[in-house]
Design a binder for this molecule. Structure first.
Ligand code: F6R
Ligand code: ZN
Length: 197
């Protein structure tokens, strides 16, 4: 890892960084307990543990003052009516923000605070999203064919708290409705862990 200035490119259309340190793959099994339709989830998983999203990370020391960057790619797909999505998380150092720049695709960023404020912002190519400190965030791909690709940057000391979302879920979900993507209240909110076998 260099301490000198560096550059990299995000060549279209794949938008995989020209240099990266980590490639993370998240599959259906990583979303266990997170999906609205648990029957559809179990049936899909029994067929195939499909790839749902990928992250390319550029490593930096995880200390205050540094910035972590990377590219997140959520593939198109649904579990029941619910579009493919990331697990989502709060930052462990909750007072840290994150910047997203959407490079390709269509979708939403679902967000909420520990106090119960919620917000869902559309993502499409060219749109920049600022996730303020304290807001948990989850990307959702609503395109039927195209990946949702975002570039992200956040303080390197932020850390990830996945446990809170694994236990409670997000208050809002994005599902396929009769007239396109719909944002609905999560009927399983706060009961996710309890309903897991
Ligand atoms: C980092 C961040 C993104 C996500 C990525 C995958 O703080 O928000 O890089 O890590 O979109 O989502 P998760 O981490 O929720 O599996
Ligand atoms: Zn984050």
């Amino acid at each position: 890892m260099t301490d000198l200035p560096f550059t990299f490119t995000l060549p279209m259309p794949e938008v995989i960084p020209s240099n990266y340190d980590n490639h993370i793959e998240r599959r259906l099994s990583d979303l266990r307990g997170q999906c609205l339709d648990q029957e559809a989830y179990a049936a899909m998983l029994a067929q195939e543990n499909s790839l749902v999203y990928e992250v390319y990370e550029i490593k930096r020391p995880e200390i205050a003052g540094e910035i972590l960057m990377g590219v997140s790619i959520v593939h198109p797909g649904k579990v029941g009516r619910e579009f493919y999505m990331t697990k989502g998380h709060f930052h462990t150092v909750i007072n840290t923000a994150e910047l997203y720049y959407c490079l390709r695709g269509e979708g939403f960023m679902v967000m909420e605070t520990p106090e119960g404020d919620t917000d869902v912002q559309p993502l499409s190519s060219g749109r920049v999203l600022y996730v303020p400190p304290r807001w948990a965030h989850r990307s959702v791909c609503t395109s039927r064919q195209e990946d949702l690709v975002t570039f992200f940057a956040y303080p390197a000391n932020a850390g990830h708290d996945y446990g809170t979302i694994e236990q409670l879920g997000f208050r809002k979900l994005v599902v396929d409705g009769s007239r396109g993507p719909e944002i609905i209240d999560n009927p399983r909110y706060q009961e996710q862990a309890a309903r897991e076998p």
